[in-house]
Design a protein. Structure first.
Length: 205
């Protein structure tokens, strides 16, 4: 940090801000100095919002989506089609799919993808809880809405195999139509294409 900004309090703020994804020390310094120029109430509001979010948000005990209660609003919504489970990598994918207004079922958030190169195996993500949900019955279709990347395909193939071997009366297993370009993350796919990919989903082969 440059000499004219030498301050233990400022340096501490910069250190914490630079921990955020995509935020280097220069950007962190600009953000910290911006906050210093603003009214104290604005900084207090930002700090309180982050603290309240961190302490107030949990993960749904059913689908692992973010929630402010034990069970999220989607799982608790009796108007959703409870025969459908859409399997996604993370919470951002739930948001993306909800914005398409093309899906009215439930979700299951894995919290990641199988990635041997990163040391992430099936036991590191929420696959066992998915198998248990489907094995409990009442599910007619499991939609594997995973990004068409190598890790996404690996995870989809693994889930397909586990479901077919572990669930006696296995429901239909489908995947998004390939309107989503191979190698793309769902969060970067436009809503029209993503919505069409859900509507035109096909059996997993």
């Amino acid at each position: 940090m440059e000499q004219e900004f030498r301050s233990s309090l400022l340096e501490s703020a910069v250190n914490e801000l630079s921990r955020l994804p995509g935020v280097g020390r220069k950007t962190a310094l600009r953000l910290a100095l911006y906050l210093l120029r603003r009214d104290v109430a604005e900084s207090d509001a930002l700090g309180n919002a982050i603290i309240n979010m961190r302490h107030g948000i949990r993960y749904c005990s059913v689908c692992h989506n973010i929630s402010e209660t034990e069970v999220c609003d989607i799982c608790a919504n009796t108007s959703r089609d409870r025969r459908l489970i859409c399997v996604v990598e993370n919470v951002k994918d739930v948001v993306c799919i909800e914005h398409t207004a093309s899906y009215s079922g439930l979700y299951h958030v894995l919290g990641g993808l199988i990635s041997p190169i990163d040391g992430i195996g099936p036991g590191d993500i929420e696959i066992d809880s998915l198998i248990n949900r489907v094995a409990a019955g009442g599910i007619s279709e499991v939609i594997l809405a995973l990004s068409p990347t190598m890790d996404g395909d690996t995870t989809a193939f693994y889930i397909n195999r586990r479901l077919r071997s572990a669930v006696a009366d296995c429901p239909t297993i489908s995947r998004l139509a390939r309107g989503v370009a191979v190698g793309n993350e769902l969060e970067y796919t436009d809503e029209l294409t993503l919505g069409r990919s859900i509507v035109d989903r096909r059996p997993f082969e």
